[in-house]
Each structure stands twice: as structure tokens, then as C-alpha cells.
Ligand binder design. Sequence first.
Ligand SMILES: NC(=O)c1ccc[n+]([C@@H]2O[C@H](COP(=O)([O-])OP(=O)(O)OC[C@H]3O[C@@H](n4cnc5c(N)ncnc54)[C@H](O)[C@@H]3O)[C@@H](O)[C@H]2O)c1
Length: 161
Amino acid sequence: MSSPKAVGLGFVGTGMISDTYLENLTSFADVRVVIVGDLDQQRARRQAEKYDVPAWGTSEDVLAHPDVEIVVNLTIPAAHAEIASQAIAAGKHVWSEKPISIDRATGRALLDQAEAAGLLVGVDRHATSALIDRWGPTSTDQRCPTAAAGTRQVITRLTAS
Ligand SMILES: NC(=O)c1ccc[n+]([C@@H]2O[C@H](COP(=O)([O-])OP(=O)(O)OC[C@H]3O[C@@H](n4cnc5c(N)ncnc54)[C@H](O)[C@@H]3O)[C@@H](O)[C@H]2O)c1
């Protein structure tokens, strides 16, 4: 059961991994999943009904939803940066599945965009480690210690503010 101050989450991407996220994130009192979206509308609808999420639709619907504070970006890797950038432009924090982007310049630009907007970006730790191995400790290491802790860090900073 979510508390009245629960942080609103909106999912973009309701494929295979979304079950794991939805099972967990619908069980915490300090977050509530308010909408799920996907290119495949029926997939979004199925997941909304399965996890009792009140709304479903497109990624645009998720980004436009006034109660979404964090976008949980579970799209395919090639779409991660674009969706994350759109979410930041819409004033939302972003949790992104790995990888944050498919090239370094795009990942850097995304973090710069978020910083300029005063928003947070989190990404899965294992992917972060892979990025650091490949590109050096320049990108996401400070902000994204682990998937769970990263999401928690975004949530904690929101609820503390
Ligand atoms: N499947 C796993 O076990 C697993 C584990 C860890 C991480 N991941 C990561 O999670 C992400 C998703 O994996 P998955 O297995 O759920 O993939 P999937 O292909 O099952 O699902 C991806 C979903 O995103 C949707 N989508 C793609 N582009 C979109 C867009 N522009 N707007 C809206 N929706 C869009 C697709 O329609 C699809 O429903 C990937 O980045 C993957 O690396 C997956």
C-alpha cells in the first residue's frame, strides 16, 4: 500500500524485464506506479491490469502524466537515451535499464542535460561498471551505485526535498 507522499513512477517499456520491476515497485510504500507505456499498447495494458496500475498508454502519455516524478525506462538499448532525454525535457528524473546509451557522447550529453535541469539519472550498476571499464570513470559512477540503491537514491532525494 502506497503512502500519500509516495513518489510517482511511470514506466516506459513493458517487455520481459518489466515484470521484475513491477512486482517490486508495486510493493513499496514510498513509491506508486501511476502509469505504464509502450509502443505496443496491448502489452502496456496487460501489464497495467496485471499489476493494478491505474493508467496505461504511450511513452508520450507517461511523460505527460503530472504525477510521474521518475520515469523507469525499460525500453530497448537503442531507445534508452532518447526516452531518457525526453523524460528530462519533461521535467522527470529517470531510472534507465542498462545501458544508459549506446555511445559515450550521447551518455555524457544526457548527464549534462540532467544536471542543467537539476534532475537525476540512475542506471544499472553492472552496466555502469561495463561503461567505466570501457570508457573510464567519467560517466555514471557517482550517481548510480547499484540498480536498487540507485533507484532508492533518486527516491530518497525526492522524498527528502
Ligand atoms: N530481459 C532481461 O532479463 C533483462 C535483464 C536485465 C536488463 N534488461 C534490460 O532491460 C531492457 C528491456 O529488456 P526486455 O528484456 O524487457 O526487452 P523487451 O524487448 O522484452 O521489451 C522492451 C519493450 O520496450 C518497448 N519499446 C521499445 N522502444 C520503445 C519506445 N521508443 N517507446 C516505448 N516503448 C518502447 C518494446 O515495445 C518492448 O515492449 C533492455 O535494456 C535490457 O538490456 C533485461
